[in-house]
Design a protein around this ligand. Structure first.
Ligand SMILES: CC(=O)N[C@H]1[C@@H](OP(=O)(O)OP(=O)(O)OC[C@H]2O[C@@H](n3ccc(=O)[nH]c3=O)[C@H](O)[C@@H]2O)O[C@H](CO)[C@@H](O)[C@@H]1O
Ligand SMILES: C=C(OP(=O)(O)O)C(=O)O
Length: 437
């Protein structure tokens, strides 16, 4: 377990370029398994989860060529599905959430697939029913063995079907889409997730020869085709990283310009930070956050206390609620943060309270932050990163705090943020990585 030693209190200044999006990368890398032809990918972030999935795709027999620091060519000509039976597969696939998305492509091409219960953040129950109910609609047979926690699916003949998803699951929609593009006939997915990363996946699949309509909506229709070809694809900037930088700038009174932020694809993200009182200037595709000593949380129009809650896209992403919560700590005013989707994602507020934040954890889903209005700084403490977004929120808190903080288990942060210590140090942060093997 490695740690960050952070000397807090520095003001940061400068420009930062967001990495390619983690959660898009995981879908797109899985989609390369759908064709025998080469697929070239650009803006692939160098982060743990993405590297693990690329390794897994290679273990399955795809040829993986690294073209430069951010580009890969993946050719999945002949895959070795026997690898799915190995102990190595079990360990690797179980270590990240994104591995679940190899199921759709493997089903589409080979008619069978299996996966151990996938990893990812421990942020509450994370059911996978939507994925499997969708595959069953497409004609697959499904079995879950509680003995070894393996999900096995058999589908020699996938056929199109109408389905109304039980929830708008992001990875579930991606998985079903990838199975449906090569199924016989027409598939209709209603209550589909429609966030920009799903749109990107659909556009890429169409460039490969798929026939998907309704992109950007929650009603997708897919006319199955016999095979798909190669393509080239560039990832969007990571919107969760962008939101994290906005919160960081506000908390540390820093002037930061986020370059090439893909502003058109950010949905409600800028608006939510504006509700916290954070100023930002959007110039072309850049977001400049000026240094702000004070920022004030809005109330609702009737004067009642502001709530920020998550919802499926185009609602506000749950992955930024921890950042919103930490950003509110030094604001003037009060906000209720309501994490509806995940039930164990707010427990990290205990650490923020230890640092001096005024937060009431109302229940596992809701926390009220009473902003300090910079009347006192947070103080540095020792803490451990419970999940990726809580980890970055603690890092932001530590950077704004007086004195030294230690954050252990930063592998959680490395899952999704590329060289975050080095990139923030270039802007003036003081973060030292302490490697422990
Ligand atoms: C690898 C990846 O891409 N991970 C993302 C993906 O996870 P993932 O695809 O696993 O998440 P899902 O979209 O399936 O569901 C997320 C949570 O929200 C709940 N839910 C979902 C839809 C809905 O309409 N109502 C509802 O309550 C689910 O029960 C679950 O607890 O999407 C999540 C939701 O944006 C993000 O937090 C994860 O970072
Ligand atoms: C919850 C997240 O990731 P994962 O789904 O990979 O656990 C996240 O990116 O915030």
């Amino acid at each position: 377990m490695s740690s960050f030693k952070i000397q807090g209190g520095n003001t940061l200044k400068g420009e930062i370029i967001p990495q390619g999006a983690k959660n898009e990368a995981l879908q797109i890398i899985a989609a390369t398994l759908l064709t025998e032809e080469p697929v070239t990918l650009h803006k692939i972030p160098n982060i743990r989860d993405v590297n693990k999935l690329i390794e897994l795709v290679g273990d399955l027999g795809a040829s993986v060529e690294k073209l430069d620091s951010e580009s890969y060519r993946i050719t999945a000509k002949n895959l070795n599905v026997d690898f799915l039976e190995s102990e190595q597969y079990k360990n690797k696939a179980a270590s990240l959430r994104g591995s679940i998305m190899i199921l759709g492509p493997l089903l589409a091409r080979y008619g069978k697939a299996k996966i151990p219960k996938p990893g990812g953040d421990k942020i509450g129950r994370r059911r996978l029913d939507t994925h499997f109910l969708g595959f069953i609609k497409l004609g697959a047979k499904f079995n879950y063995s509680s003995k070894d926690s393996f999900y096995t699916i058999d589908a020699s003949n996938l056929h199109g079907a109408y389905m109304l998803l039980d929830e708008a699951s992001v990875t579930g929609t991606a998985n079903i889409l990838m199975a449906a593009v090569l199924a016989k006939g027409k598939t209709t997915i209603y209550n589909a997730a429609c966030e920009p990363y799903i749109q990107q996946l659909c556009k890429m699949l169409n460039r490969m020869g798929a026939k998907i309509e309704g992109i950007g909506s929650n009603l997708l229709t897919i006319e199955g085709v016999d095979q798909l070809g190669g393509t080239e694809h560039t990832l969007l900037p990571d919107m969760i990283e962008i939101g994290s930088f906005i919160g960081l700038a506000a908390m540390t009174q820093s002037e930061i310009t986020i370059k090439n932020a893909g502003v058109q694809e950010l949905g409600l993200i800028p608006e939510v930070f504006k509700k916290l009182g954070v100023n930002m200037i959007i110039q072309d595709d850049d977001i400049m956050i000026p240094a702000q000593k004070r920022y004030e949380i809005d109330t609702f129009i009737d004067g009642s206390i502001m709530t920020v809650a998550d919802a499926p896209w185009p609602g506000f992403t749950p992955d930024l609620l921890s950042i919103v919560l930490v950003t509110a700590i030094q604001a003037k005013g009060t906000v209720l943060v309501h994490q509806k989707m995940f039930e164990s994602r707010l427990f990290f507020v205990d650490k923020l309270i230890d640092m001096g934040a005024q937060i009431i954890l109302c229940d596992p889903h809701r926390a009220t932050v009473i902003g300090l209005d910079r009347k006192q700084p947070l103080r540095g403490i020792k803490m451990s990163s419970p999940d990726i977004r809580a980890g970055v929120s603690l890092l932001i808190a530590a950077l704004s705090a007086e004195g030294e903080s230690i954050i252990s288990n930063v592998e959680q942060i490395d899952r999704g943020y590329q060289n975050i210590d080095e990139r923030l140090n270039l802007l003036g942060a003081d973060i030292q990585r302490i490697e422990q093997h």
